[in-house]
Design a protein around this ligand. Structure first.
Ligand code: EPZ
Length: 447
């Protein structure tokens, strides 16, 4: 099977516009020769979902922000391109350090093609509203594994006194005549994106803003720490009540992004599924608690150090039950990866998805073509473990589903071709290099 670019896909349009690929080109794919256990050490990169919040938040800062431990992934490149196009000075100091100075950025509309190619571009709404009192941003794109409304973001902007108009293609937000003022917002659902966007929008707004029923993910704490380093007054990040006292201005400074919880979890699941013994370095073990506990329950050996975790497969995995939940629960972004572990475990495992019900469709069919026994009914998947998977040609339908297929390919007998890898490269830095260093047979090839 050959996968031709769909030019309607905004991300593909972006890749073409940047000369990364040619129009009508056949997409590159991963070819994996599976069945080889993983041994060695790898370093985890900076957290994607922290980076994609912190980069737009630099719009609020007068002066230069030096950001370290930035992951080298396409979502980050696109956001940096958006800021450059808006007039920011962006200087890549090393492969993981970037300096961003948005002092001279005006309130222009960010390039809609770039904005539509990723999800996190919706943070530009909060950033522009907070800095200029008005914003016009195209509706974001990104991984569309489920309907992803932004009503809770809007609820927050309204609480600050903004007027918001949402059409099919754009969000227009502007302060009323009297200007924005701190407010109180109680989120109807625990939303990472809304929590981040409201924090960003309110940092420069006079008075106190309170977010109740806030999300508690590590990248929310990281964003708050970044903004506080630049002079903001945010307290309570990491709890479900976050308070932001508006300040007059933020100044430049340096900040290092936390390690990526989901990248680390993906490699942990890979070792548990494929076999071997790997030291995963540059992690915050506390952020991994839920994933470590589940893998231990399934029979993997997981040893924590100060800033590293060793995972070893010592027996066939046991069945397990997983329910995805907001942090500190089991992350929905690890659903597919743990699902692959379950396809190889003894007995019948169950996953209940409580955040994005339709997420199973992104990978279950593909795993079935590799021999997995999965039955999906509403929010629950029942996975009957089998002795082995076999290689097949499969398509990544989103970032994490793609990561799950890579793990399945590494565990399978024979060759697996993973297509649509541009989704995977949104969020995994140097996946091929890291897996190859662990002894995997995986290559990125052009048809
Ligand atoms: C973030 O998406 C992550 N993306 C996602 O990571 C992750 O899957 C998700 O959080 C859940 O952890 C980024 O950080 C850029 P939400 P986000 O708002 O913020 C509902 C990855 O692969 N909701 O926490 O868009 C929503 O439908 C990805 O790295 C509303 O109803 O997710 C969902 O059911 C993909 N109204 C729930 O809340 C809203 O206004 C949680 O969504 C917002 C959300």
């Amino acid at each position: 099977r050959r996968s031709r670019l769909r030019v309607s896909d905004c991300f593909a349009t972006y890749l073409i516009s940047q000369n990364h690929i040619k129009e009508g080109a056949v997409l590159t794919k991963y070819v994996i020769r599976g069945g080889k256990p993983l041994y060695g050490e790898i370093d985890i990169s900076g957290a994607k979902n922290a980076a994609v919040a912190i980069i737009p938040a630099t719009l609020l800062v007068q002066g230069c922000c030096r950001i370290e431990n930035v992951p080298d992934i396409s979502d980050v490149h696109i956001l940096l391109d958006i800021l450059k196009q808006m007039g920011a000075s962006v200087c890549q100091r090393s492969h993981d350090t970037v300096e961003i100075d948005c002092t001279n950025v005006g309130d222009m509309e960010p390039d809609p093609t770039l904005v539509r190619s990723i999800r996190a571009s919706y943070y530009l709404i909060g950033a522009q509203l907070g800095r200029f009192g008005r914003s016009r941003v195209a509706l974001p794109g990104g991984c569309n594994f489920a309907p992803r409304p932004i009503d809770q973001h809007v609820k927050g902007f309204l609480a600050l006194g903004a007027e918001v108009e949402e059409t099919d293609a754009y969000v227009d937000a502007r302060a009323r005549e009297e200007g924005l003022q701190g407010g109180r917002v109680n989120l109807d659902v625990v939303s990472v994106g809304a929590t981040i966007n409201i924090i960003i929008a309110s940092v420069l707004v006079p008075g106190q803003t309170v977010i109740e029923n806030a999300a508690k993910e590590p990248h929310i704490v990281d964003l708050a720490n970044f903004l506080n380093t630049m002079g903001a007054k945010i307290s309570g990040a990491g709890t479900d009540v976050i308070k932001i006292r508006g300040v007059k201005a933020l100044r430049g400074g340096a900040y290092s992004i936390i390690p990526d919880q989901i990248e680390a979890g993906t490699y942990m699941a890979a070792v548990a599924a494929v076999g071997g013994n790997v030291l995963i370095k540059n992690v915050i073990p506390k952020h991994m608690d839920c994933i470590s506990a589940k893998l231990r329950e399934m029979g993997a050996r997981v040893i924590e150090y100060d800033d590293a975790i060793r995972v070893q497969k010592v027996r066939r995995l046991r069945r397990a039950t997983v329910k995805t939940m907001p942090y500190p629960g089991f992350p929905t972004d690890m659903q597919g990866q743990i699902g692959v572990c379950m396809t190889l475990a003894e007995g019948v495992s169950r996953i209940t998805e409580s955040i994005y019900e339709t997420r199973f469709f992104a990978y279950c069919e593909e795993l079935r073509s590799m021999g997995a026994k999965i039955q999906v009914s509403g929010k629950t998947a029942a996975i009957t473990g089998w002795e082995e998977l076999h290689g097949a040609t499969v398509k990544a339908h989103d970032l994490r589903a793609g990561a799950a297929l890579v793990i399945a390919g590494l565990a399978a007998q024979g060759e697996t071709f993973v297509e649509n890898i541009h989704y995977i490269e949104r969020g995994y830095e140097n996946l091929i290099g890291k897996l190859t260093a662990l002894g995997a047979h995986i290559q990125r090839v052009e048809d």
